[in-house]
Design a protein around this ligand. Structure first.
Ligand SMILES: [Zn+2]
Length: 287
């Protein structure tokens, strides 16, 4: 396994509409509110401009097909466009054949509207695990250079403590290779806690995520920060759903923007594509 070192940490956004997450599956009531992501994406682009930072945007294919101009706007700003699949179905629920169709459809569409090769993929809900590891082989066969779909913590529904917590290159059974950029965790003893992304970033004290990133930096690995545009939308319509889902979806939404700006002040970020292109063994730059 080859290790990846970088001068930058990875800053990533999963772009889908606020009602496209799995927590809303089977729940009605969102239709009357419509899309809110143009405003949310613009907010992110402005923050990144202010901090002179580039990021990776994993765009859901069905969202891209409905909103090609938003994807083109992100791309024009110089950010990396990557694939979040087409349909947002968890990988273990797909057959290998359906998975291949899903990633090809999103890759082809995103390449058409950006006129650039799409090299990265992130599964819905970080859902590549031991039951869907074959997905990595299919990604490599379809010319993806990297994946970012593995959660190395057993606290996450699809995750496991046994996964390597740092970015690395995997030699696959089909004789191909792929880079894996796992979700960020905070390691305490043998336990790995989710950190620095989505619900975990906004719900836990900031120091938790900051310390997790420092743990990666100390070992000279890029850390991984991930958010959704709707994580920065405190005014998102609050639909009636299970109590636990409401906590995950709505808790501390007003903290995300504050914490993101603190991260951008404290650390140096870039897109995953740039991290791969500029792999180096230099120490990470710390502000
Ligand atoms: Zn998603």
């Amino acid at each position: 396994m080859n290790e990846i070192n970088s001068d930058f940490h990875a800053l990533t956004f999963d772009v889908e509409d606020w009602y496209q997450g799995f927590l809303y599956r089977g729940i009605g009531g969102w239709e009357k509110y419509g899309s809110r992501e143009e405003k949310n994406v613009q907010k992110i682009l402005d923050i990144l401009d202010t901090h002179n930072t580039k990021a990776t945007f994993f765009v859901l294919g069905s969202f891209a097909e409905a909103n090609p101009e938003i994807v083109q706007l992100i791309h024009k700003k110089g950010h990396e466009i990557a694939s979040h699949g087409h349909s947002h179905v968890h990988v273990p629920k797909l057959t290998p054949k359906d998975f291949r169709e899903d990633i090809k459809r999103s890759k082809n569409f995103l390449e058409d509207i950006t006129n650039e090769k799409i090299i990265g993929y992130r599964a819905a809900s970080w859902s590549i695990n031991k039951d869907s590891y074959w997905g990595l082989e299919i990604l490599a066969e379809e010319n993806f250079i990297y994946d970012s779909s593995i959660f190395p913590s057993s606290f996450h529904p699809f995750g496991s403590n046994y996964f390597n917590r740092f970015p690395h290159q995997i030699n696959l059974l089909n004789n191909k290779k792929i880079y894996e950029f796992p979700a960020q965790v905070l390691s305490i003893g043998k336990i790995k806690f989710p950190a620095a992304g989505g619900f975990y970033l906004r719900a836990l004290p900031y120091i938790f995520s900051k310390y997790a990133i420092k743990q990666s930096a100390k070992k000279n690995f890029p850390a991984m920060v991930y958010l959704h545009p709707y994580d920065l939308d405190p005014d998102v319509p609050k639909l009636k759903t299970k109590f636990t889902f409401r906590i995950i979806r709505y808790y501390n939404l007003n903290k995300t923007e504050v914490y993101l700006k603190m991260l951008l002040k404290n650390f140096t970020f870039s897109s995953i594509k740039e991290i791969i292109e500029k792999k180096s063994s230099n120490k990470l730059i710390e502000k």
